[in-house]
Design a protein around this ligand. Structure first.
Ligand code: SF4
Length: 310
């Protein structure tokens, strides 16, 4: 990967953020498995031609520093545990930040933003809070690796360190994380372990299936893997720039148009795939991303409301 240095930052910083390929040949890590298969294969295939700037990778330094500071082990808890398990012709790997063997507790540290925590509280289409689906998968893959290596796994804990937390905001707004540390935890059940094994086998199968396919023949990552926002249905009025109202469903929007009568019409604003747009380094090699980047119809004054609604 080429690391550019637009701000002419010191060499030490450049070196600290320069990444190595995440997986050794024949291996796939837990954090890679939870990405879309297309992203995984394109990243590996085009690694030498990927490009990022030092300034964009700066939070990686904090991540590395935090992990280095938290390396102290207790009597029964261990850090940086490396686990492996063969699935088909691939070795699934995992590196646990901390593992308490006495209680079977897996602990992982995350440097993240307040936005991520607030987004987890929003409700999905099933009416349940969105939660942390990627962290859940990661934790369960670690639990599965432990189980396969004959070690107990009963609980996953994700300790989120909120790098942009504001005490002032916390005092002003009760719907704001009240502490700069947020803990997300869940119990590891037998059913969850069976389900994650099916997930792992499916992802390894897809990875092996498409590893030799041409770039454009690999199916795009799923909507969830692309962090796709929901479509928004805007009721518009002729002659007015901003929408009259935004709806989550087309049916609701059409009903409102009937109520409002002549001069009102529907505008469908397709939810963007946020990872493709802002976070996937292999996006320039991805046909799906190129074909979809101009399809978002949201462009008027309600753009902020659209993102809030999503
Ligand atoms: S740009 Fe989007 S669809 Fe393409 S590989 Fe990246 S995440 Fe997947």
């Amino acid at each position: 990967m080429r690391i550019t240095n637009k701000l002419n930052l010191p060499y030490g910083l450049v070196k600290a953020v320069s990444p190595e390929p995440h997986n050794k040949p024949g291996e796939i890590s837990a954090t890679t498995l939870i990405q879309g298969t297309k992203q995984v294969i394109l990243t590996q295939r085009h690694w030498a031609d990927l490009e990022d700037d030092v300034s964009e990778r700066i939070w990686a330094v904090f991540g590395t520093a935090v992990h280095a500071l938290l390396e102290t082990e207790g009597e029964t808890d261990f850090t940086e545990i490396e686990l492996k398990q063969r699935v088909s012709n691939i070795t699934v790997t995992g590196r646990l930040d901390n593992y308490d063997m006495a209680t079977g507790t897996i602990c992982d540290y995350k440097n993240t933003s307040v936005y991520k925590i607030k987004a987890s509280w929003q409700k999905g289409s099933d009416g349940k809070p969105y939660g942390f689906p990627e962290w859940k998968l990661q934790g369960l893959i670690y639990a599965w690796l432990l189980q396969k290596n004959g070690l107990p796994a009963t609980k996953c804990r994700f300790i989120a360190l909120l790098k942009d937390h504001s005490k002032t905001e916390a005092e002003r707004d009760h719907a704001y994380p009240q502490s700069p540390v947020y803990v997300y935890e869940f119990a590891v059940t037998k059913d969850a372990l069976e389900e994650i094994e099916r997930f792992i086998r499916k992802k390894v199968f897809q990875y092996e299936l498409f590893s030799s396919s041409e770039d454009n023949m690999i199916p795009e990552c799923s909507a969830e893997e692309r962090w796709q926002k929901k479509d928004v249905y805007a009721v518009k009025k002729e002659g007015r720039k901003s929408a009259v109202k935004l709806f989550d469903t087309q049916k609701e929007a059409e009903e409102r148009i009937v109520e409002l009568g002549k001069g009102h019409y529907l505008e469908i604003r397709r939810g963007e795939s946020m990872k493709c747009k802002n976070y996937c380094l292999c996006a320039k090699f991805c046909n799906f991303c190129k074909e979809n980047q101009n399809q978002n119809l949201a462009s008027d004054d309600d753009a902020d409301n659209v993102s809030k609604a999503a």
